[in-house]
Design a protein around this ligand. Structure first.
Ligand code: FES
Length: 569
């Protein structure tokens, strides 16, 4: 039989016991190498065994429980999706969502890890009797062709083939033995097996089959050494993905790309509801700590919510929704109208509040619903054993959202309950006193808290690039009375922005598609480089140095002080 690198069959490539938590196993199948690892949630990942950066084997990487970290330059990849979550050379940026390693389908069944080189073949469980208590036999590597190994095993008494490289041996009908040949490559195989064994007999059976497999290996290798080496496996050509072959339009702006089901709604604090968004199939896209999604509500409104999940938790996203008495209808619709089981649309996650992981100490400061992005950050830092403090200002204990998860951070979690504004300022001052190089502070909450932290941090000598913040909304009154000209240098267009219209609207009216999210100068999605002219900054996203530099602006709210702006669009 000719071995085919894209053989759609499923083969065992490891035993479950090869994958203790926080370990990475080097798997091989049909000439391909895999990094095989179990995440802390139990999910087994089978990935191409190379880091996308320099091709270093990920099987020598570090399993951080929810992400796999390459040993060489520290790129991290998320459980389930293999999407890149962190690039140390760009610590302040969120990696592009499309930087994703290749994954292979896998299943864990009967004490073995099964994988297939083919992305579409369904897994068929050939061991039909679920009542057996299978014991995985010690695998036996053999330097011989898979066909030769299979032929030798089929010569055993009472052996019968059950699949291309699987057979059953029934010397004792009450205790069937399944033996499989894992085709490593053209000239190497691994014999694996399962036996129905009560615990008391396990050691004896393991020893018995080990001797039998060893004897078979010795004979097979002697015979193989007398034959010419078989030709190496022909590498298969990568199939063009459905995504690429259909060339979908890249969703920009408030693009609706994913349908999700409301899996659960529950109270996580006095005035905050947790909402779990589940995919209709498979898993949700990779996100990085600090990311948010645009949720499209049945009343036509679009609202941004931070993803609270830890890294690699892609089976659903959990968001927190605060009941705001002064709500314009967005959150109230989600709280009062939308029910469990309803379907909604959401955007891909975007991250304008990325977390650095090269900080010697990370301070997270939240108030109210501002805990949501910081909960995700704290989970990522805790998983990687990086030092952090999470300060959470709240009216009372019952107003602490997601308190159960926060409690897991132990002494790193510092709730501050019922403090006056002066006491909050004193607590923040104590926290930020004594800045040292390579420390970073992240703050999310009401505008008053953000202003307070930014001014106290500046007073203690924290550089602006070490103070990271995310506003929920822009409370400033926008002055849109100016009229000016914009030159879009890449698009070769000159447009007039009239009073009452934003730069963003003017560009869209003229067919120029540009991304946006909050459209109130808070999220940073519409950030645009300015080549010439003086912007009139009206956002809350940029820091003072960025504003003074006049080299970028938010086109959704900011305008021009000069008669003309030249933009890099
Ligand atoms: Fe959010 Fe412009 S779209 S800042």
């Amino acid at each position: 039989m000719t071995l085919n690198i894209d053989d759609p069959d499923w083969y065992p490539i490891a035993s479950s016991t090869d994958l203790p938590f926080r370990h990475v196993f080097h798997g091989q199948l049909l000439g391909r190498e895999f990094a095989v690892w179990r995440a802390d949630d139990g999910n087994v990942n089978v990935w191409e065994n190379r880091c996308l950066h320099r091709g270093v084997r990920l099987s020598i990487g570090i399993n951080e429980g929810a992400e796999l970290k390459c040993q060489y330059h520290g790129w991290r990849y998320a459980n389930r999706s293999a999407g890149c979550t962190y690039i140390p050379a760009h610590p302040a940026d969120a990696p592009a969502r499309r930087i994703t390693n290749r994954t292979y389908p896998c299943r864990e069944a009967h004490g073995l890890i099964w994988a297939s080189n083919n992305q579409t073949a369904p897994f068929v469980d050939i061991l039909a009797a679920p009542t057996h208590s299978w014991l995985a036999l010690r695998p036996m590597p053999v330097n011989a062709e898979p066909d030769a190994v299979m032929a030798a095993l089929l010569a055993w008494p009472n052996a019968g083939a059950v699949s291309q490289y699987g057979l059953t041996v029934t010397t004792d009908p009450a205790r069937p033995v399944h033996v499989f040949v894992q085709p490593v490559d053209a000239a190497r195989s691994v014999i694996r097996g399962l036996v129905d064994a009560p615990k008391a007999e396990a050691a004896a059976l393991l020893s018995q089959f080990n001797s039998r497999f060893s004897a078979e290996r010795d004979q097979l290798e002697r015979a193989a050494a007398r034959r010419p080496a078989p030709p190496a496996l022909e590498p298969g050509f990568e199939k063009v993905s459905a995504e690429l072959s259909t060339m979908p339009e890249i969703a920009i702006g408030r693009g609706v790309t994913i349908n999700v089901r409301i899996a659960r709604k529950w109270l996580v604090a006095e005035d905050v509801t947790g909402v779990e968004l589940a995919p209709l199939s498979g898993h949700l896209p990779t996100f990085q700590p600090g990311a948010h999604i645009d949720l499209h509500l049945p009343n036509g409104m679009v609202r941004q919510y931070s993803v609270t999940n830890g890294p690699g938790e892609l089976l659903s996203y959990i968001i927190g929704v605060k009941r705001e008495p002064a709500s314009r209808g967005g959150s109230l619709c989600l709280l009062d109208i939308v029910r469990e089981g309803d379907l909604l649309a959401m955007s891909e996650p975007r991250n304008n509040f990325p977390l650095r992981r090269d900080s010697t100490k990370t301070i997270l400061i939240a108030a109210g619903i501002g805990i949501t992005p910081l909960l995700s950050m704290a989970t990522a830092l805790a998983k990687s054993d990086l030092p952090f403090q999470l300060h959470y200002f709240s009216r009372s204990e019952k107003h602490l959202a997601f308190a159960d998860q926060l409690a897991k951070f132990g002494v790193s979690f510092m709730p501050h309950l019922g403090l006056s504004r002066d006491a909050i300022a004193r607590t923040i001052a104590t926290t930020l006193d004594g800045y040292e190089f390579s420390q970073h502070v992240y703050v999310c909450g009401p505008a008053g808290l953000l202003e307070l932290v930014r001014s106290i941090a500046a007073g203690f000598g924290w550089p602006e690039e070490a103070v990271h913040f995310e506003y929920f909304k822009n409370d400033r009154v926008i002055d849109d009375s100016s009229s000016f000209e914009i030159v879009l240098s890449r698009s070769a267009l000159t447009l007039q922005v009239p009073a009452g219209k934003t730069i963003l609207q003017t560009m869209r009216d003229n067919g120029v598609q540009v991304p946006s999210s909050c459209e109130q100068g808070a999220c940073g999605t519409c950030l645009t480089s300015v080549i010439e002219g003086v912007p009139d900054h009206q956002d809350v996203y940029l820091n003072e140095t960025e504003r003074a530099g006049n080299s970028c602006m938010m086109t959704c709210v900011s305008r021009a002080k000069s008669a003309r702006l030249v933009l890099d669009i």
